[in-house]
Design a protein. Sequence first.
Length: 452
Amino acid sequence: MRLKRLFIAFLTVTWGLMTPQVRASSPIELSSQSYDFVKSVKYALSHSLRIDSATQNLELAGLDSKVAIARILPSLDLNSQFGLQSLPKIATVSPANQVISSVSLGLNETLYDNGVSYSLIRMSRIKNQIEELNLTKEKNKLCKEVGEQFLALGLQNKYLESAREQFKLLQNQFDLVSQAYHQGLKTRKDYLRLQTDVERSQLELISLKSEVERQQSVLIQVMAMPETEAVGAQFTFDWKLSIFKSVPVEAAGAKVKIDLSQHFDAKLARLQSTLNDLEVRQARRSLFPESQLTSNFGYQSSTFMGTPSGSFTDNGQWGWNVQLGLKYSFWDWGSRRSQSIMAEKKAQIDQNTKTLQLAELQVTLDDVVRRLAVMADSVKLSTELVQLEKNNYQSLETEYHNGKVSYLDLIGGLKNFNEARAKLDSLSFELRKWILEYHYHEGNLYDLVFAK
């Protein structure tokens, strides 16, 4: 029993003396998490600072709308005043009413304020729509960014898998040639050439592993994943998602067009233009007389404290009033007119900028459709080429073992086959990237990513 206690104590002390790095590497504490494309996007959406900022901007716009609506609603105000004051002694009368007391409860309503409140309500609603659209745009944009980096990582992994297959193939080929060489059936020249190719393939593997690690770091950064979680993160590549199953355009002469009017930026431009018009109208109002109609209804009581027979209701009274105010600035050195002109010019400048941006966007949208169609055709042709190169290499391999072709012919066929596969992989992932780009501009990428 005593030995058991000593053994437990020894283990406890040993664990405490271990460095944090050693304890962190313990398989007991290491937890690995697997992320596919959809899960990676979900993680990014829940951790992105851009999404968080866009969400808070939307909440602020909602609060601004509530404040604007509250301007036209009645307000109930309670005012009270209590204090002491010194009154002079008059003749033989002792100072009195030295206690100040006043309470009033009023219901106030602005019946008309030259249309300012209603303009503010319209402006706040438009701002709310802008922030809603900005949030949707940011979600779609983040889906595209994560998708692009995920595709880049998937492509590098594909290259790494192909390189491993090639290395394994060369290693098997080298074993056969080595055996034949030692039996005197192959030349030393073939033996050394194949040995060099094996070592070159091994160096390529090391380089590709490094590139995979680099690309994974980029993806983790886009996902906003902290270092503590990134240590055990694993990424799985399943490209059978519905979003990648079909190309959304017809072949090379694509007839499909992305509707510019339904693009995020076009919708935002229209909303901003409407908002600018309201702000210009608001500035123009200052050039004309300003009228305001207000009403008040309430109860007031005063001097009910500090008097011998004071009562809250003795001096209380109900009252109401309706007031019409008219204000006009006859001379202000032209400052109001200048402000109105400034608002108009700012609106025009913003409109010019948006028009130029939308013109550039239309060129981008046409280019996306064109590239998508070209990539679809290229993938189809590249698939056929891979099959041809595969058949050619298999034929060369058979003839090489039968002594009918040289080693250079065999290696040349292998390189052509591997290059064709690498080209197909590159085109396939490029096609998927343009599919993401297309659906982002269509505005439905977020919905398609999470479509069941």
